[in-house]
Design a protein around this ligand. Structure first.
Ligand code: PRT
Ligand code: ZN
Length: 213
């Protein structure tokens, strides 16, 4: 009996639509009706798991899913033992440090000893270390941008796309510390049979991308 390749994609959010389209454009049919947590393709040896993006790297590392699609920000921050299969070019954004608009900023050394709120303590910690700066990192899981206005931190480090959210919270972007796009990650211990199925998908993705360019 052939095994299905298990593919983890974000259930609902900024990665979902483009992730699903990637496989649909490859001719892989499946039903992702609202509320579904799992779907099996009707014409290809694959099944889909619909998950929170933060859970995907762990599932792929454990082999519960064979491949998954997440932002590079989530992949790097998760620090899981997965392989980087392919960059996908969508959901582009950056991880930036921002401070109150009226604060003066001369350079990264201005953050020495300051409090920075973020959901990305690992990426931020590495960046500060590389730049010889020691700050206090406060890990918070959401609404990071309000931290300075409520006195929780001097600065924030968060995902930016248009910059509108920073602006509406009275903040200005002072350092871009990481650039991100969607990435396909894979389980390093995949069976040869599953690797074959993955290779078929990668071949189809390349063909679709070539046809678009
Ligand atoms: O529910 P689940 O945990 O699965 O989803 P999530 O809420 O954690 O993630 P989601 O769907 O918001 O984002 C998924 C991925 O999309 C992120 O991990 C990034 O790789 C990527 N991405 C691209 C973004 C953005 N653009 C983005 N703008 N992720 C978040 N944002 C946030 C940003 O933090 C800001 O608060 O959107 C807000 C608006 O951004 P501006 O700059 O356009 O105003
Ligand atoms: Zn998430």
């Amino acid at each position: 009996m052939t095994q299905n390749l298990r593919i983890a994609v974000q259930k609902s959010g900024r990665l979902s639509e483009d992730s699903l389209n990637l496989f649909k454009e490859c001719g892989i049919k499946f039903d992702n009706g609202a509320g579904k947590l799992k779907a099996t393709s009707s014409n290809f040896p694959a099944e889909f798991l619909f998950l929170r993006d933060d859970d995907i790297p762990g599932y792929v590392e454990d082999g519960v899913a064979d491949i998954g699609i997440v932002g590079q920000n989530v992949h790097v921050e998760s620090n899981k033992n997965v392989s980087e299969v392919k960059l996908l070019g969508f959901s582009k954004c950056r991880l930036s440090i921002a401070i109150p608009r009226s604060d003066v900023y001369n350079g990264i050394e201005d953050l020495q000893g300051k409090d920075i709120a973020t959901s990305y303590p690992i990426i931020l910690g590495n960046y500060l270390k590389d730049n010889g700066v020691t700050s206090h990192i406060h890990e918070i899981s959401g609404s990071v941008e309000i931290a300075p206005s409520i006195g929780l931190a001097h600065a924030v480090c968060d995902i930016v796309s248009s910059g509108g959210t920073l602006l509406s919270n009275g903040l200005k972007e002072v350092e871009v510390i990481f650039r991100s796009e969607a990435i396909m990650i894979g389980c390093p211990t995949m069976s040869a049979e599953k690797q074959d199925i993955l290779n078929q998908i990668l071949f189809r993705i390349d063909a679709v991308q070539r046809a678009k360019n």
